[in-house]
Write a protein that binds this ligand. Structure first.
Ligand code: CDP
Length: 787
């Protein structure tokens, strides 16, 4: 990509240092827990020790006897205000507090309000709840059996089956399978995992009875939508939308986990409303790991029909999705299984059929898009594992196999058999680049030699296609609210600017990259542009930041709004220079008269004139708004190659090399993109080798601390080697595609494929993630490998 601006302006393609970092690295960020208001009360939550039980009684007397404990709130209290239940983003219902039964281990049962955080915790310990256990439903397959206990007795449909969803053509796919040379089938489980942001969720709610206004500082990736939903569910209590202000201050990681509304938020609001005092609720780590929304939990049964020559012809996938006790997924309304039907991936399948069944179990609400665009991680993992298994089964090198089956570069825009229109791509280029960086042929030779000596070495590839940037609004909405995003830009008289967006950064660097987009379009130096997000009273309405949608939507809105400003600036320049607009040339930062480059007006001079000397009849000022409804999603892609060495004695897996070649079209800030890829790769390594939320047969969460739920640290993280190809999006105003999640989406399959590749000759076809040393050790012993 050629740079259009010099470093002093810092437009697209410059590795501008992050404007937000000085405050973060000096500990001067402003997070929810930093908000401290006079007279603020604290809320803590009593949680259920059982996965399924009837509440016989709640005794608050001992708690209320503790000095400083002001109230104990129960579901019965909320019921009076019609607030015991709330809607989920998928249109299901979720308890704020239970009135009679609890549905998962760790569920909110009562809230204690106190003058101090520690007193609130003492109050929680002093509340005694009597439960009558009910048989829990833990296994989603058993949940579907006719004699299973029912999780949601409150529903009209007395069944644990929530919904069935399908895409593709069942008949043509079945026919293709009947006619194929080879059929490969594999069951794959993608376990429950948790986003584990370093900052847990929390809020401070402040009801101002004089102004009748609620201000809530909250850890939200989608503050505008939250405000609308609050107004819809609490309008009957006088909380109209203009009387609610949601402020999402600095956020310490969101990754999809801060899109939903959790009971704690509602409880803090209710408590502030009732007491007239500000109320703070901030989860601890255990609260967070036990009750916030989880991701994945897909039980996939996948089949590929192929020709003997290695051509993949048809894909058939059947999935059971465990959603816990309520469908609290954060998917666009029309897609209960998210964008899972991107599961044909980077390959040109002629036939495909995919079906998903959502199931209730006695577990916390599940189904959020953890650093992924609505189930694309599940889709990529399934197809990339299946591609590898098929290649091995047919005795074809996995790289050669992929190159044979890729959608060809000349086929773009490409319509997949499951209905998506991929905007652009060049899959062979990315894979070949990764193969060159890593030295693929030499590695295969080394592997063959090592295998001869009984050593275990594996090479795994993942050539993924991502799908990010929802809208378009004709297909995508959240609870009916169309998915678009927006930008407001105002250039001040002195040529500095402020830009506000409908998204909310959680560490991705929007203050820098959005400023770069405006610098690119207007030539105003990046340091002269302030960027704000996250305050519903000041920012334009938008759907928020998740699913790598910020650059494809709000970033595009920023470019369009800046172009509107440039159009007005052109009219002012023609007036000031007394020439026709058509005689003006633009270069970032100034208009000049064709044939006479000295006759020019800078954007700063024009800005001043917009307030002091603008043409008669023109409105004063220099500002613009754009609400951008993308014509299509963007389809970033990449090829990752991982090399592992496995210790025969211990099963320990060492990632020797990992090369990640990504393509997100035109890049705004290469340094930030590299950072996104590094972080994403580590978050892809995590479920591949470490993380899993585990329940026992009674529904007890066995992984509710970081002692049991293993996050990789720098010690476990290998050196990531990165590279790029650049295939611009044809429809995005800047040619950019999202990047935030690509690496998390693409990495797990590369790692799993490498491990299985090392063990294939021992008869191993699949090991479900997380692939721990213990699992590999057992596989090796079962295969009779000598230590
Ligand atoms: O929605 P989210 O911000 O998580 O994801 P994104 O749009 O993929 O952007 C992540 C970060 O990478 C932002 O700071 C983007 O501006 C930056 N980015 C970039 O510099 N160039 C791209 N082509 C895509 C993203």
């Amino acid at each position: 990509m050629t740079l259009r601006t010099p470093p002093e302006i810092g437009g697209m393609g410059h590795s501008v240092r992050r404007k937000e970092d000085p405050r973060f690295i000096q500990g001067r960020g402003n997070y929810v827990d930093d908000v401290k208001l006079p007279g603020m009360l604290h809320l803590d939550i009593v949680r259920s020790p059982l996965a399924h039980a009837r509440i016989k009684s709640i005794n608050s007397a001992n708690a209320l006897a503790i000095p400083g404990v002001l109230a104990v709130i129960t579901g019965r209290d909320l019921e009076q205000y019609n607030l015991a239940w709330m809607p989920t983003l998928m249109g299901d219902t979720q308890m704020v507090l239970p009135v009679d039964t609890v549905k998962f281990d760790g569920q909110e049962v009562a809230a204690v309000l106190a003058t101090d955080r520690y007193i609130a915790a003492d109050g929680v310990a002093a509340v005694s709840v009597e439960y009558e256990p009910i048989t829990p439903v833990i296994d989603p397959f058993k949940a579907l059996e006719p004699d299973s206990p029912i999780v949601r007795e409150d529903k009209e449909k007395q069944s644990n089956h929530i919904w069935h969803w399908e895409a593709g053509d069942r008949n043509s796919t079945d026919r293709a399978f009947r006619q194929s040379d080879v059929t490969i089938k594999q069951d794959i489980y993608i376990p429950r995992i948790h986003v584990s942001s370093i900052e847990t969720c929390g809020c401070v709610a402040q009801w101002d009875a004089i102004q009748e206004k609620l201000t809530i500082w909250m850890t939200s990736q989608a503050p505008h939508v939250v405000r609308t939903v609050l107004a819809l569910v609490a309008g009957h209590l006088g909380l109209a939308e203009h009387k609610i202000r949601v402020i999402a201050p600095d956020i310490g990681g969101g990754f999809g986990g801060k899109v939903p509304v959790y009971p704690g938020y509602v409880l803090a609001i209710a408590a502030s409303f009732l007491t007239g005092k500000p109320v703070k609720w901030v989860e601890d780590r255990m609260d967070n790991l036990m009750s916030d929304s989880f991701a994945r939990d897909y039980h996939i049964s996948a089949e590929i029909a192929a020709r003997q020559d290695g051509t993949m012809e048809a894909l058939r996938i059947k999935t059971v999705a465990d959603h816990g006790y309520t469908d609290a997924a954060t998917q666009p309304s029309k897609f209960p299984a998210g964008l899972f039907h991107i599961c044909t991936g980077s390959y040109d399948f002629k036939d495909a059929f995919v079906e998903v069944d959502g199931v209730y179990t006695n577990k916390p609400p599940g189904g959020i898009a953890y650093r992924c665009s609505f189930r694309v991680t599940e889709a990529v993992y399934a197809i990339e594992r299946m591609a590898d298994i098929t290649a091995h089964q047919l005795g074809i090198d996995p790289a050669e196999f992929r190159l044979k089956n890729f959608v060809k570069p000349e086929a773009f825009p490409y319509r997949s058999v499951l209905g998506w229109e991929y905007d652009s791509g060049n899959y062979p280029a990315a894979l070949e680049k990764a193969m060159n960086i890593i030295g693929y042929p030499a590695l295969r030779q080394e592997q063959a030699e090592k295998r001869g000596r009984g050593e275990l070495m594996g090479i795994g590839i993942s050539s993924f296609t991502e799908i990010v940037g929802a809208g378009p609004s004709r297909h995508f909405d959240i609870l009916g609210i169309k998915m678009f995003d927006s930008a407001d830009i105002r250039v001040h008289p002195t040529g500095k600017a402020i830009a506000r967006f409908g998204t909310r950064s959680q560490g991705q660097g929007h203050e820098t990259t959005y400023a770069q987009i405006i610098a690119e379009e207007l030539g105003i130096p990046v340091g002269d542009i302030a960027v704000e997000e996250g305050d519903t009273d000041t920012a334009p309405y938008g759907l928020g930041t998740y699913a790598s949608r910020s650059t494809p939507t709000a970033g595009a809105a920023g470019a369009i709004a800046a172009r509107k400003i440039r159009d007005k600036a052109r009219t002012i320049a023609s007036y000031l220079l007394d020439v026709d607009e058509s005689d003006l040339e633009w270069e970032p930062g100034r208009f000049w008269v064709r044939g006479n480059p000295q006759r020019a007006k800078t954007i700063q001079e024009i800005a001043y004139a917009a307030y002091t000397d603008h043409p008669a009849g023109m409105e004063a000022g220099l500002e613009a708004h754009s609400s951008y409804d993308p014509p299509n999603l963007t389809y970033p892609f990449g090829s990752y190659i991982c090399v592992v060495d496995i210790d025969k004695g211990t099963g320990e897996i060492k990632i020797r090399r990992f090369v990640a070649v990504d393509d997100c079209g035109n890049i705004i800030n290469p340094m930030i993109v590299e950072g996104q890829v590094h972080g994403g790769l580590t978050m892809g390594l995590a479920p591949a080798m470490f993380e899993e939320i585990v329940y026992d047969e009674n529904g007890n969460n066995l992984t509710s601390t970081f002692m049991d739920y293993l996050l990789p640290t720098a010690v476990e993280t290998p050196v990531w080697e990165t590279g790029q190809t650049c295939t611009p999006s044809p429809h995005h105003p800047l040619g950019a595609k999202g990047i935030g999640e690509s690496a998390t989406v693409g990495a797990p399959a590369a790692i799993a494929n490498a491990v299985v590749d090392a063990l294939w000759h021992l008869g191993v076809r699949n090991i479900d993630i997380p692939i721990t040393s213990a699992k590999v050790w057992k596989v090796l012993r079962d295969a009779g490998v000598d230590e």
